[in-house]
Design a protein around this ligand. Structure first.
Ligand code: C5P
Length: 222
């Protein structure tokens, strides 16, 4: 029997990461934050000074990406190591997300990172969050969820997340960035952001985190 997979896709700032982490913990399943892979890849490209039009160089970096996820001993948070260095803080910056979104639109990059993501599907199960988990990476997943919320609410959630991590942010600026990133992620040719046909769509604008978690848990239990 293949490993059960729950995919959670949706636009930026919708809270996919938090929902995925809590559900993975509840089920005792593995967790894939695919956005962190694209973000780390963007940092790797930047640190090597590679031009994003150089597809050959991008594929080489993607193929040899030295990336590790380690759960912190004193909390459930995951630290991300790139080339042996902890890049967890840089990874969460809005500028990194923006860079990741630009690079993530390149088809050869997505292909080069595909297997690395699929390899996370190991027993007893996997919760995977991103933009194309249910449509491309785990097309055959047993459970699929697509989370949405209006852009003001998502910008607000992003601002709170940044503040909790000790970063500053300006609401109006974050709103512009969130909308620009979604427009790019939704309109790209390769693996655009969209719900899988068989996904449960949950509009979380008016829902609390607990309510969203309850709905997703219900789906997996059913
Ligand atoms: O989810 P997160 O904000 O960390 O993702 C950063 C960027 O990485 C997204 O804006 C998107 O362009 C890209 N991404 C993607 N496919 C995924 C996950 C993230 O294209 N599965």
């Amino acid at each position: 029997m293949s490993t059960p997979v729950l995919t959670i896709d949706g636009p930026s700032g919708v809270g996919k990461g938090t929902v995925a982490r809590v559900i993975a913990q509840k089920l005792g399943w593995n967790l894939l934050d695919s956005g962190a892979i694209y973000r780390a890849f963007a940092l790797a490209v930047e640190s090597r000074g590679v031009n994003i039009t150089d597809e050959l160089a991008l594929v080489k970096i993607a193929t040899h990406l030295d990336l590790a996820f380690k759960t912190q001993a004193d909390s459930e948070l995951v630290s991300v190591y790139l080339d042996g260095h902890d890049v967890s803080k840089e990874l969460r910056l809005e500028a990194t997300g923006e860079m990741a979104s630009k690079i993530a639109s390149i088809g050869v990059v997505r292909s080069a990172l595909l297997k690395r993501q699929q390899d996370f599907a190991t027993p007893p199960g996997l919760v995977a969050d991103g933009r194309d988990m249910g449509t491309v990476v785990f097309k055959e997943a047993e459970f699929k969820v697509y989370l949405t919320a209006n852009s003001e609410e998502r910008a607000n959630r992003r601002l709170k997340q940044l503040q909790a991590q000790g970063h500053k942010g300006i609401m109006s600026q974050i709103l512009v960035e969130v909308e620009a990133r979604d427009a790019r992620d939704s309109s790209r040719k390769h693996s655009p952001l969209k719900p899988a046909k068989d996904a449960l769509i949950i509009d979380t604008t008016e829902l609390s985190l607990d309510e969203v978690i309850a709905q997703v848990s219900e789906l997996v239990k059913a």
